[in-house]
Design a protein around this ligand. Structure first.
Ligand SMILES: *[C@@H]1O[C@H](CO)[C@@H](O)[C@H](O)[C@H]1NC(C)=O
Ligand SMILES: *[C@@H]1O[C@H](CO)[C@@H](O)[C@H](O)[C@H]1NC(C)=O
Ligand SMILES: *[C@@H]1O[C@H](CO)[C@@H](O)[C@H](O)[C@H]1NC(C)=O
Ligand SMILES: *[C@@H]1O[C@H](CO)[C@@H](O)[C@H](O)[C@H]1NC(C)=O
Length: 460
């Protein structure tokens, strides 16, 4: 009893402290510790929309990453076969926790080969035989009090192995006018197009930190990242130009994330403080969607924010670090990396990287911020994740919720996050901060490549 009271007291004290620091991520983590577990896991489908006009009426256009579930306020995002769960069909969804009526899966075969089996579907395309069965809904545990949350809607019937399309509905009696999602990840693959892919959850508001974004993308390249995925609700005009450049250039996939058309997304992490229908613009849904989207496309995924760089300190490349870590922990699929803050309010004195050509580009120049905040005794250092997506079933922002195999905490000197942002310990003066010039090691290749990217984006 005393222990519980003490724990509560410590919890409240810490919480207040953190609140003052306004660091949502830490608070988020503390919440986790206090058992308000967070989670997320939707998935949109976005193959680029070249053939939209040829889609049959029942199939969703690729730009429409989110669809309503008929007869409810729930939303469905994307569908995948999960080979780790006996080939169950999983529809990443956003479920209203207060309105849990039964839901049904309509699984349909591909009718292309033989249209005569198409007795049920009122479709103007090739939808094959369909079967309806009750869905099983698994709401992720980390909802932070928000009414809507990331959920796995499972469809398991004997016919699920043959299904190519799925739709979720609350009305089991009609399949008229349903929107069908293509079931992705039909085949297990052993080799992957990318080795390191970064999943960046939502871009929203007028986010226009173009300089930091372009610099960060070029650092990613130098440490060995081949692909970046960003879920886009909205952004500022200069960031838009940089996004367009990287899409054209091939490194970036932008997944449309028009969540505001369906819900009132929260800009914060906790319902009591920030209100809205869903945590952080559905951040957790996008992270989970990204895991399934890239499960057979990328060997590893890095789940971090747009202003964070998971930096291999011990070697210059992710490759070497991961080879070593994976050798040491052959069955691990989750690697937790510590976040470290580089306040954007403290500038390096010499002005060496205050380059004239970048002066008119909006955003933070990460090369000017070499001062790192020290760890605090009483505060958790939140982590971000580097994962093998085939070993993760559900994730939250700082920890996974369901995974196969052990979770490894990566030592600070091996790999840590460079996070240039507003300070958390704003009272500290320069000499109380630590000097960390890791980014400068990339100078020779980095400066010309940043210039090139900005020029190609039309920002120089
Ligand atoms: C199409 O299905 C019908 C009835 O199920 C069957 O009789 C016919 O042989 C099939 N045709 C082809 C080309 O598979
Ligand atoms: C399906 O959509 C059409 C056109 O929007 C509408 O006329 C029809 O009533 C709908 N059917 C059902 C069962 O909702
Ligand atoms: C991001 O989303 C906004 C709002 O839909 C859109 O105007 C913009 O073009 C999108 N950017 C990219 C690069 O897709
Ligand atoms: C910017 O791009 C243009 C056209 O692509 C090129 O002519 C120019 O030299 C480039 N400038 C820099 C600074 O890279």
């Amino acid at each position: 009893m005393i222990q519980r009271k003490l724990a509560l007291l410590v919890g409240i004290t810490m919480f207040t402290l953190l609140l003052m620091l306004r660091w949502e991520h830490i608070i988020h983590l503390v919440s986790l510790m206090r058992n308000e577990r967070p989670s997320a896991e939707p998935e949109p489908q976005t193959d680029l929309p070249s053939a939209e006009s040829t889609l049959p009426l029942w199939q969703r256009a690729p730009m429409e990453t989110i669809s309503p579930i008929p007869g409810s306020r729930h939303l469905m995002v994307s569908a995948f076969k999960d080979h780790r769960l006996g080939g169950a069909i999983l529809v990443i969804s956003i479920i209203c926790r207060q309105e849990l009526q039964p839901l049904y899966c309509v699984l349909c075969a591909n009718g292309d080969a033989n249209d005569s089996g198409n007795t049920d579907a009122k479709a103007n395309g090739a939808l094959g035989q369909c079967t309806t069965s009750q869905a099983k809904v698994d709401i992720h545990s980390d909802h932070f009090g928000f009414p809507f949350h990331t959920s796995d809607v499972f469809c398991t019937t004997t016919t699920s192995q043959q299904a190519s399309y799925v739709s979720i509905t609350s009305d089991r009696n009609t399949i008229d006018n349903l929107t069908f999602l293509t079931i992705q990840n039909q085949e297990v693959k052993e080799s992957f197009r990318y080795k390191y892919t970064i999943c960046i959850s939502n871009l929203f508001g007028g986010y226009n930190n173009a300089l930091q974004f372009a610099q960060t993308m070029e650092v990613y390249k130098l440490i060995g990242v081949q692909r970046v995925v960003i879920y886009n609700t909205s952004c500022g005009s200069d960031v838009e130009k940089v996004l367009t450049y990287y899409m054209r250039e091939g490194m970036l996939e932008v997944v449309p994330w028009p969540l505001h058309k369906f819900l009132t997304p929260s800009t914060g992490w906790k319902y009591d403080l920030h209100h809205g229908d869903i945590h952080y613009y559905g951040q957790l849904t996008t992270l989970n969607e990204c895991i399934y989207r890239y499960m057979y496309q990328s060997k590893y995924l890095l789940l971090n924010d747009i202003d964070e760089i998971i930096m291999p300190y011990k070697h210059g490349k992710l490759e070497k670090i991961m080879d070593t870590l994976q050798q040491q922990h052959p069955n691990a699929g989750v690697f937790r990396i510590e976040n470290h803050i580089f306040p954007k309010t403290q500038f390096e004195d010499s002005g060496r990287f205050r380059l004239p050509q970048w002066r008119r580009v909006p955003g933070v120049n990460i090369l000017e911020h070499i001062y790192r905040e020290p760890d605090r005794k009483s505060v958790f250092n939140p982590t971000k994740l580097l994962i093998d997506p085939r070993r993760v079933e559900q994730t939250s922002a700082h920890t996974t919720l369901k995974q196969f195999g052990p979770v490894v905490t990566v030592p600070f000197d091996v790999c840590r996050i460079i996070h240039v942002r507003a300070p958390l310990q704003g009272h500290l003066s320069k000499d109380q901060l630590l000097v960390d010039k890791k980014l400068w090691e990339f100078e020779k290749r980095l400066i010309p490549s940043i210039d090139h990217a900005l020029n190609q984006s039309g920002l120089l």
